[in-house]
Write a new protein. Structure first.
Lengths: 535, 449
């Protein structure tokens, strides 16, 4: 449904709380996992399943949560179990078992999954059509991390966050909250296609919110961190100058300087209190990648999920304006000629990067919108035949061993412009515009036409110059109009990732982490509203 | 043994956990639950599942150093291990200056939230409830082929807690939520219904489905109206997602700190001030028969009937025990339910008394735009209709709104009879009346159906 940012001390965790040292213990040996998986594969086959996959998952999470000079919470969680999915009598069935340590347990789960498939088959009209997939044998994939965050002592993380808070308070913030999220997914996948895939995935998200209050007027403002959640580990917090993008404020690429950003944020949040309130009207928008990722996520990533297009998410997240008939014309103008949007499950450092997806498909990159025209969707093995493909695109995911895997958004990104273009050169041609940095409020309709976005920092552009900070800004547009108003995209030197840890979809809801890359881009004549009200 | 323990079983288990404690203070929270769900789309069951969950959380404290560890196995060795682990974590933890120690024994109100009808739901009951819905949407006698996507989830379980100062609390509860979107096959119409109950025998999926079908067929052929300020009638499902943003923001600490819609210049708050129309009263009451809730909060404080807004005036804000101590006032826990008082008028009566206005079935994708004013944005969805001279004239295209529940409740025209509703954003159940509001701000049109 949406990419929510979470800044609460009580984090919904997916596992049981454990000692931090337990997060460093190795999981089961790969040979043991293979035995557990084979037991399930054999049991399902014996009961008549025509296809089976087994996911053995160990999910580790650590959160360090602070405000001002206090540590509010340190949470360490671990979740381990096995999920078995089968096709029997042409129908899907799924069963899961927590803490499975022996073959009898996984075999029993497989038998239960077959029983559920057979029961559900009675209500089914059309059998599942599964795209063929070759087996890969015994293979593995590891995220290319340099410093495992779980090996960094808690005290060092606490010191980092309290140092961030200290920098904010010393510079005059009224309040500051800071959080460090770390995730490690150790996933083993085996299927009756002959794959045994062992993967090790890491994610990290350092973030803060600084608050400034003008007690005379009673006004308050916040400025959130310009970090991105990344498919990296603790190396994301070790910055070097090459990872910094300087300008009106410093933004970050593959390394994030949290103290530097909070210092800038504290200055800016005070400036926001007295900034000029925007005059509503049409503006040319210059959108930084730290902002544009969320617009891409909502207006491109979601509407091009094939299960939404088909109606499987109609009761919650909704359907899509990008219907099959539009795609079939091969000429639907999703955006202007400059606009190339692609899906990718391989980009190093991205949240969606894995070697194979959760149904054993090797990951890849593919085009969604090419030179402005809608060319493809995101689809998995049981739906890809609907778009005349015989191979899944490899974007199947489940947020836990205990949940059924389904189609989830790949990293969907805007390709950088092909001509050399810097941010300064892009801004200098804008007569009346607003430069937006950082993501803020976001809302979009259930078919992904009409959206409204806020941001963290808004700067007025007058005759090619930045003229000062604005407040109370939100823009409203229609997906197709918006992408067709894209006139310029900076080159690959400005290409950066943004993303979300908490993209929600499905009933019961599952979360997924996904990145979106872009370079600073210009959109002409977009409707801006003033959001100031009095109560 | 079932994961749902009786009061006596829970008490015995909690006493055993505490017997292992060597900390200055120890508090144990225990829960057990079974959940089941069934999902359908394109007129077919798509997935079904169940979940059994039990969890024991032990919080140990040495002075102000606090550690929490949890476990989902309850044998003696596991219990002793989890107590020891919480003690190790407490010794390693930095001092928590906001730790205020444990409460002694408390008296709680009686609230009945556990219903056998819901506790007994099984896969066959779920399939039957959905079959009654599918029977209606698969039937094309309406003249239009329809496509249904729905979800039903039921839960039965209990929460219990005990601490080393002698506090013990136990509360069993059940709940079932049902939601359904019916669309025309050609995608020109869409209707929605949601229902939530503690008692499954009150859920009539066929009746609910008929309403969703009626909304769906009625929404075909929507006409565009200019965005602007309109009188609206918000059905309780639509009103709930706006009002809950008020409920979530009743914390005294944020108000005192100057970063809440309840803050005022000079470090003051709006406690005691009239902020909305005098017909608005919002309260919580764990014993309400139509919305029973646990009579104790997660830290063992008794939940009593509390008026948050009374005749338009802010009567209470939520004070954590720490913040209450610091401010020298009585602690008031965040409530376990929320109820808005209303009148006696039915939705039909409210439509009849409307000259020109818009009937809103559902609001969708609600996000905060400005926490200072509680300004929210979102869109209408699945049934938006133009009312003229007391009658529904025609469906209208969906709108985006930018509005604050505080401004909205100042522009109140009329309140109807409260109904139990499910928030389409949070899944929380509330008792909310339908409400007529003047000058509700629609800022743009959406093509979405």
């Amino acid at each position: 449904m949406s990419a929510g940012a979470l800044m609460l001390p009580n984090i919904p965790s997916l596992g049981r709380a454990v000692d931090p040292a337990a997060l460093l213990e190795p999981g089961l040996d790969v040979a043991v996992k293979k035995r557990l998986a084979d037991a399930a594969l054999n049991a399902a086959k014996a009961k008549g399943a025509s296809y089976t996959d087994v996911r053995i998952g160990r999910y580790l999470q650590q959160f360090v949560i602070t405000r001002e000079n206090k540590v509010q919470n340190i949470v360490n969680t671990e979740s381990y179990g096995v999920g078995v999915r089968v096709i029997a009598d042409g129908c899907w069935g799924f069963a899961a078992v927590v803490d499975a340590k022996n073959e009898a347990q996984t075999a029993k789960a497989a038998e239960e999954a077959v029983a559920i498939a057979r029961a559900n088959a009675k209500l089914m009209k059309e059998p599942v059509k599964l795209a063929p997939q070759k087996g890969f044998g015994e293979v593995s994939w590891k995220a290319p991390i340099q410093k495992n965050a779980f090996e960094v002592p808690i005290q060092e993380k606490v010191d980092l966050l309290l140092g961030v808070n200290d920098a904010a308070m010393k510079n005059g913030a009224n309040f500051v909250n800071s959080v460090l999220f770390m995730v490690n997914e150790q996933k083993y996948f085996a299927s009756s296609d002959g794959s045994y895939i062992d993967q090790d995935i890491h994610r990290i998200w350092p973030t803060f919110t600084v608050t400034a209050i003008d007690s005379k007027s009673g006004k308050f403002e916040t400025r959130q961190s310009l970090s991105a959640p990344m498919g990296m580990s603790y190396e994301y917090l070790q910055t070097n100058p090459a990872d910094k993008v300087t300008g009106i404020t410093t933004r970050y690429n593959k390394g994030y300087d949290m103290v530097e950003d909070v210092t800038a944020a504290t200055r800016q949040v005070k400036e926001k209190l007295t900034a000029k309130s925007v005059e509503a009207g049409k503006y040319d928008l210059v959108l930084d990648p730290s902002h544009l990722w969320l617009t891409i996520h909502e207006s491109v990533g979601h509407p091009l999920e094939l299960d939404r297009v088909l109606g499987y998410e109609a009761n919650f997240a909704g359907t899509s304006f990008a219907t099959l008939d539009k795609w079939k014309t091969k000429s639907f103008p999703y955006g202007s000629k400059q606009v190339n949007l692609f899906a990718d499950k391989t980009q190093p450092g991205s949240l969606g990067a894995v070697g194979w997806d959760d149904e054993g498909v090797k990951t890849k990159r593919w085009d969604l919108v090419k030179d402005g025209t809608l060319v493809n969707y995101q689809a998995i093995r049981d739906q890809v035949h609907i778009i005349n493909e015989n191979e899944s695109q490899g974007c199947c995911y489940a947020d836990s061993w205990s949940r059924v895997q389904f189609q989830r958004m790949a990293n969907v990104s805007l390709a950088p412009g092909k001509q050399p273009l810097s941010v300064n050169d892009l801004i200098k041609d804008v007569k009346k515009g607003i430069y937006i940095i950082g993501d803020g409020s976001f809302s979009i309709d259930q078919q992904r036409y009409n959206f409204q976005f806020g941001g963290q920092l808004f700067y007025e552009i007058k005759d090619g110059q930045i003229a000062g900070m604005l407040r109370d800004v939100a823009y409203q547009s229609n997906t197709q109009e918006f992408w067709n108003s894209c006139t310029q995209i900076c080159d690959e030197k400005d290409y950066r990732l943004g993303g979300s840890f908490f993209d929600g979809k499905g009933q019961p809801q599952q979360v997924s982490a996904v990145s979106h890359g872009s370079s600073t881009s210009r959109f002409n004549g977009v409707n801006v509203i003033n959001t100031a009200r009095k109560i | 043994m079932s994961v749902i323990l009786s009061e006596a079983e829970a008490k015995a288990l909690l006493q055993k956990v505490l017997s292992y404690s060597k900390a200055d203070e120890c508090e144990v929270n225990l829960l057990g639950e079974e959940r089941g769900n069934i999902r359908y789309a394109r007129n077919e069951v798509s997935t079904s599942g169940s979940l059994i969950n039990q969890n024991l959380a032990v919080q140990s404290a040495f002075g102000k150093k606090v550690g929490v560890a949890t476990i989902d196995e309850f044998d003696d060795a596991a219990i002793e291990r989890v107590v020891r682990r919480s003690e190790e974590l407490a010794r390693l933890a930095p001092e928590n200056p906001e730790y205020v120690g444990l409460l002694g024994p408390q008296q709680y109100l009686k609230s009945t939230g556990f219903f056998d009808s819901t506790a007994k739901i099984n896969p066959a009951t779920r399939a039957d409830a959905v079959a009654k819905s599918l029977e209606l949407t698969r039937n094309t006698r309406a003249g239009q082929a329809l496509s249904a996507a729905g979800f039903m989830e039921d839960q039965r379980g209990y929460n219990a807690m005990m601490n080393s100062k002698g506090l013990f609390a136990y509360y069993p509860s059940t709940n079932v939520n049902f939601s359904l979107t019916v669309r025309t096959e050609d995608g020109t119409g869409s209707g929605y219904i949601t229902r939530g109950y503690s008692d499954f025998s009150k859920l009539d999926t066929a009746a609910a489905t008929r309403i969703a079908i009626q909304k769906c067929l009625g929404s075909v052929g929507a006409k565009a109206l200019e965005p602007g300020k309109y009188t609206v009638i918000l059905e309780p499902t639509a009103a709930a997602v706006l009002l809950e943003n008020m409920f979530f923001n009743m914390a005294a600490r944020n108000a005192d700190e100057g970063r809440s819609f309840l803050s005022k210049p000079g470090g003051k708050t709006k406690l005691g001030e009239k902020i909305v129309d005098e017909r608005v009263t919002i309260y919580s009451d764990p014993t309400h028969p139509d919305l029973p809730a646990s009579p104790w909060s997660g830290d063992g404080q008794p939940q009593e009937k509390v008026n948050w807004i009374e005749k338009g005036v802010v009567k209470n804000m939520a004070y954590s025990r720490y913040w209450a101590q610091k401010q020298g006032v009585k602690a008031v826990p965040f409530p376990n339910n929320a109820i808005m008082a209303g009148g006696t008028a039915s939705l039909e009566d409210m439509i009849k008394s409307t000259q020109r206005g818009i009937l809103v079935t559902k609001l969708w994708y609600i996000r905060s735009v400005d926490p200072q004013t509680l300004l929210l944005t979102g869109l209408t969805r699945d049934g938006t209709f133009y009312i003229e001279n007391g009658k529904i004239k025609h469906p209208v295209k969906n709108f985006r709104f930018n509005e604050s529940p505080i401004i909205m409740l100042n522009n109140l025209e009329a309140l109807g009879k409260p109904e139990r509703v499910v928030s389409t954003e949070s899944d929380n159940n509330y008792l909310i009346p339908p409400m007529k509001i003047r000058e509700f701000t629609f800022t743009s049109l959406s093509d979405a159906v």
